[in-house]
Design a protein around this ligand. Structure first.
Ligand SMILES: Nc1ncnc2c1ncn2[C@@H]1O[C@H](COP(=O)(O)OP(=O)(O)OP(=O)(O)O)[C@@H](O)[C@H]1O
Ligand SMILES: [Mg+2]
Length: 245
């Protein structure tokens, strides 16, 4: 595989909080165009892993390259530029309660790319909302939205930046099974529509099945097993198989 087609390359990454060693030599690659699902028990370090990718958390040792940037050695300015190329759907997907959907999206845009305003901004917002199945909701307040709709807005707010990489942290948590499936399908649609490569962290096996081109099991701080959905589901190792029970 050509180096330019490896968008994320983590190699032998360690991260501890005090005596709590969370990542213990983790390596993973994200290839261009793929959806990589990361499975792991609660507290196993999944959120830590993706926060290290955008240096919201500094790792202790090992190498992390994102879009051919060595994350550790980037200046703050270069890191900001890199972050504009990466979409991050946080666990919880917080919207600002006092702003309309439209304002929430414009706010995110303006923080990162100040030049888009007025009609051009409205057009981008409408297009992004339409692409997540939420046409004509721009004037609504977050309190008027269901959990699934809030996730969609959070997604729209992120994809409007046209990120090359999307990082999803538990995109279906707290949603009912039907809404979870809709969001999972939306993730697949957006992958092809926006030509994005994604890391999707989830406990939700139906979501993994729908979204994953490839999966990785994070166990004991390392990349314990990688493969397709069926390869991991029928894996000999009990720790890997247990995710699917
Ligand atoms: N900022 C921090 N300071 C100290 N410890 C932290 C910090 N962030 C995470 N941890 C610890 O690192 C470990 C991994 O946390 P992380 O949030 O990555 O788990 P997770 O796999 O995302 O779990 P969940 O599925 O519940 O979201 C936990 O033991 C957690 O307490
Ligand atoms: Mg987490």
């Amino acid at each position: 595989m050509h180096a330019a087609d490896i968008l994320v390359n983590m190699s032998n990454v360690y991260k501890a909080f005090g005596s709590n060693q969370v990542l213990k030599g983790l390596s993973l690659e994200l290839y261009r165009g793929e959806n990589l699902v990361v499975l792991g028990k609660s507290g196993s370090g999944k959120s830590v892993l993706i926060k290290c990718l955008v240096r919201l958390i500094n790792h202790d040792s090992g190498n992390i390259a994102v879009l051919n940037n060595d994350v550790e050695s980037l200046s703050e300015r270069a890191l900001d530029v890199l972050r504009t190329r990466i979409g991050f759907l946080f666990q919880g997907s917080a919207l600002y309660d006092s702003m309309t959907v439209e304002e929430n999206m414009g706010f995110a845009m303006n923080r990162l790319r100040k030049q888009v305003t007025g009609v051009a901004l409205t057009k981008l917002i409408d297009e992004a909302l339409e692409n997540v199945g939420l046409k004509q909701t721009g004037k609504l307040m977050p309190s008027e939205l269901s959990g699934g709709m809030k996730k969609r807005v959070a997604l729209a707010r992120t994809i409007i930046m046209k990120p090359e990489i999307m990082l999803y942290d538990e995109p279906t948590t707290g949603l009912d099974p039907i809404t979870s499936r809709e969001i999972s399908k939306l993730i697949v649609d957006l992958q092809s529509q926006y030509h994005m490569s994604s890391i999707i962290i989830t406990h939700d096996i139906p979501c993994a099945k729908i979204t994953a081109n490839r999966l990785m099991a994070l166990v004991n701080g390392v990349n314990y097993a990688t493969g397709s959905y069926d390869e991991l589901r029928t894996h000999q190792d009990i720790l890997v198989k247990s995710f699917f029970e």
